[in-house]
Design a protein around this ligand. Sequence first.
Ligand code: GLU
Length: 554
Amino acid sequence: MATLSDLANLIFPEVTETVADLEKRYPSRNLPEGAEVTRFAPSPTGFLHTGSLFTTLVAEKVAHQSKGVFFTRLEDTDTKREIEGSGKELLDQLAVFNVVPDEGYLGDHEEGKYGPYIQSHRADIYKVVIKDLLLRGRAYPCFCSQEDLQALRKTQEENKIIPGYYGEYAKCRKLSVDEAMVLIKEGKPYVIRFKSMGDHNNKVEVDDLVRGHLFLSENDQDIVIYKSDGLPTYHFAHLVDDHFMRTTIVSRGEEWLPSLPIHLELFASMSWKAPKYAHLPVIMKLDNGNKRKLSKRKDNEAAIAYFLQDGYPVEAIKEYLYTIANSNYEEWHIENPTLGLDDFTFSFDKMSLDGALFDLEKLRNISKEVIGKYTAKKMLEEMKKYTEKYDQNFYKLITSNEEYFEKIMDIEKDKPNPRKDYVTYSEVFDKIKFMYEPYYSELMESNPLPFNPNFDKELIKNILREFAATLNYDTDESTWFASLKALGAKYHFAENMKTLKKNRDLYIGQVGDVAEMIRIALTSSKQSPNIYYILRILGKEEINRRIEKAIALM
Ligand code: GLU
């Protein structure tokens, strides 16, 4: 009678290493007490999902705030779903967010002592562990075809039985070693399944770092651990990798919570200590009043690239995700306005359990604050990076005279509370294009100028002419504004709204109306950044030219 060892050697004759050898090859990490080892383990199946960035930020934070290690691993065992090149792209996008792994798969190369970090390069390692399970009778070859499995599922559904390959329905579990070996020798295709000892009616207790103490039904499914293509499934690969890479916390999306009993049984079957698990809430969206998961197919905001393209600063996106991650983040941020994300201490128990609702308004507010705080120099750098990628025309305009652009970005920056003009980088062009030709002329000529019809055109022209003739902006803002009031007074404009309201018969308007005339002449619009600063940037000659142009167009 053949033994388990005969079976294991028939399946993996080339495997001579043992689990003990692997333990030696990948020794425990020499880290200080409390240091956590976390990872980002994407499958190369597409773009960086907003939810993945969220879990990754958390994983990186947890590792680094505890002086541990954050690494990346490419989970590419599902070759059918793989999208060529997306592994590297995922890593490139992480780099945009300044998430820098300490080791692992880095897009074009690997670094670290616990590799390889690409699952498809780890086939030899998985085989050692599977051979060990086979030797101990905790795994077996399964010869059931897709049709067999479909038929089984159908019978189970008809009889309202929990579907799956388990217990009495696990046909190949009952094969003797001899029978299995005959089939293998005949060349019948097979996979390898884990032999579960669990009972669905029993509960297993587990502490999830986010969800607390849980009682989950034990696993009783004989899941596939090794596919006919020679690669393992996610469940099994993560067992082996997180064990030998010495991961201490697996933080992943809550969609994996139902699989946790399988993972716990797999760890137990190897007598390995399971890592701590943190199942993070998925990001939801309100759709016609109903909460639902962000969908890769339906929602633009599921792809992090969408926010980058729209011109949200990386810092704002990260900060927004931190507000989802920890309920106390916002308060902390208000109390510590000068500190950055790196100074914040994240904790799993301050994470909400409900799926976090994606709140675009909140992201916009954060973004406005973040951009508002940037210096002109930083804006120049950020805008160059952004436009180079997403708006080549604007990029050329900016780089044709960087000093000029920087001056525009510097408007009001010397004030204690400068106006926050931009929510995203993509808004900048439309708001400041009037500072450039040919855009200024186009704006002036494309629509009637929005001068207040209550004022006679000749009056407006006279005011503009006199403004240009007496122009002096080489003073501080309040002196300049006083001179504007004096000009207004000559034409019966009150110095402010209050005075106008009290003396309607003395005045025809107030100084704001005069400022509006000038604003329209110089920018074509009733809204613009602070006009005093615009004057200083444009300079006398250009101001005169613009005033002439406005008068000619009236
Ligand atoms: N490759 C899995 C995924 O992309 C990783 C889950 C995990 O972090 O363990 O969902």
